[in-house]
Design a protein around this ligand. Sequence first.
Ligand SMILES: Cc1cc2nc3c(=O)[nH]c(=O)nc-3n(C[C@H](O)[C@H](O)[C@H](O)COP(=O)(O)OP(=O)(O)OC[C@H]3O[C@@H](n4cnc5c(N)ncnc54)[C@H](O)[C@@H]3O)c2cc1C
Length: 558
Amino acid sequence: MISANQTYDFIVVGSGGGSMCAALYLKSVGLNPLVLEKTEFIGGSTAMSGGVLWIPNNSLNREAGLQDSPEKGRQYLDTLTTSPDPGRGGTQARRHAFVDQGPEMIDFLRAQGIELLRADGYSDYYDDSPGGMAEGRAIVAKVFDVKRLGKEWASKLRLTGLTLPLTIREVCKIVLIKKTWEAKQIAMRMTLRQLQNKLFGKQLVGTGAALQGRMLEACVKAGAEIRINSPVCEFIMENGAVRGVVVRKDGSEERILSRYGVLINAGGFSHNPEMRARYQPEVKTLWSSANPGDTGEMIEETLRVGGSVDAMDESWWISTSMPPEHQGIWPLHITEIAKPHTIMVDAQGNRFCNEGASYMEVGQMQLARHRSGVEAIPGWMVFDSQYHKDYMTAGTMPGAKFPKKWLDSGYIQVADTLAELAGKCGIDASGLEKTVERFNGFARSGVDLDYHRGRRQYDRWFGDPTHKPSPSLGTLEKGPYYALKIYPGDVGTAGGIVADEFARALTPTNDIIENLYATGNSSAPVCGRYYVGPGTSIGASFTFGYIAAKHAAAKAGM
Ligand SMILES: Cc1cc2nc3c(=O)[nH]c(=O)nc-3n(C[C@H](O)[C@H](O)[C@H](O)COP(=O)(O)OP(=O)(O)OC[C@H]3O[C@@H](n4cnc5c(N)ncnc54)[C@H](O)[C@@H]3O)c2cc1C
């Protein structure tokens, strides 16, 4: 008999996206789950994120009169994500499980009182691929008052990052504050919400904090047990099956058994330098914006007990810069590099991607250029004074003076001419001048013949609708010119434990490790090498967490 301190029906390791969804489902069928979170905060990177879930054929879209279907969702994933090889996480069975169970999961959450909204118009990232939707399939949580969690829980929600009282849709659009009425209205809404915080003692948050805040509230209400400061270090094994976990902290050890399974929702390995060096040698842990608990030990532990991993060289790449003396999440430049009057170049002064494409693709292209032997890490975001006048840079307001320490430290380089700027940055000057001349031609015609920036609805979503002829392309012709270093940072690693369509962990020969499930960044990605739309990562984490919980509940006869 295995010795243990306690026994639960189900254990979730980590409080990421799928964790509380799984716990909530199990509570709803009368089972007793336990969520174990290593850090002092609940919510993982999910709570720091935009809080978007990509779910095809969801009920919110249907209620808005949009046409989607399981067939369309499957067609999109089957066409788009199968080349290059999606790896063992992206099997057809898993893709279809995602499409089939995602909508049910959303309906389950809504029935549990989680208030969700469409991120209206936040397009699929490849809307021009068969089955793609320009209107988007993105779902977010309504702005949430953290105070609703009460004293015991409010301080335990991870609240770094995008904690403005705005939904991600509003965050994406407020950056056009100088250009559109919509942005000005959003700014007014934000001010009103901040006023409510002051006048009525609320703590309104949006994005991932709202999502995980609402999930935590529902779990607490349902009586699901969630423990912080509880790092899981080992599985308890019996005859090749996982029977429980060992939590070790400050010299004490707790052995906890689970009747129906253990779900790993412990994120990836963004902050594990040894795993990075092994799987992603060009990439530094420093560049990551993932939560500090993203250290990969549960992936290693799964390998130890016979599991397998895939897509470990992949991350959710995101163009990142590193200002001096910065605290918190690095500036992420996804909305900025998609705006007119800016391009990204390598050390030869050449562009290497559609800057307005999915951030994962931009990172892949940057890494590919660097691996080809041309220095592209860092790459350079180059922009002119037209850009600076109208758009934000690393969080500064349009037209605002850049902080002196940014200029003194060389974080932002400034020069009157492109050649001088190139000299300061170590970029080939004639290469940069030629690239800009060619790009300016594209900007005037409105068509990017090299990388097709602005062709997809997603590129245009982050563009400037007031800019003509293209919302995505604008000339770089008015000095002074500016440049800042862009690294292929990430918001999490994408590879991990290989699991099947029921989220069950698999051995290298596709045998099931009994009672072990994985979801989120701990698992190999269902969408392979693609970020198919906003919320690809969190949508899959929630869905496979839900699938795992249903599978375990079925074992219990529920
Ligand atoms: C600024 C930002 C914006 C983003 N926006 C989006 C977005 O809108 N949509 C989207 O899909 N993705 C977004 N991402 C990426 C996304 O947040 C992550 O990919 C996703 O949240 C990962 O979720 P997860 O379920 O794998 O686990 P996580 O949310 O990362 O949580 C894992 C948890 O497990 C804990 N843990 C780790 N090891 C152990 C252990 N041994 N024992 C116990 N606990 C452990 C960790 O401390 C952590 O709390 C964004 C990320 C950032 C940083």
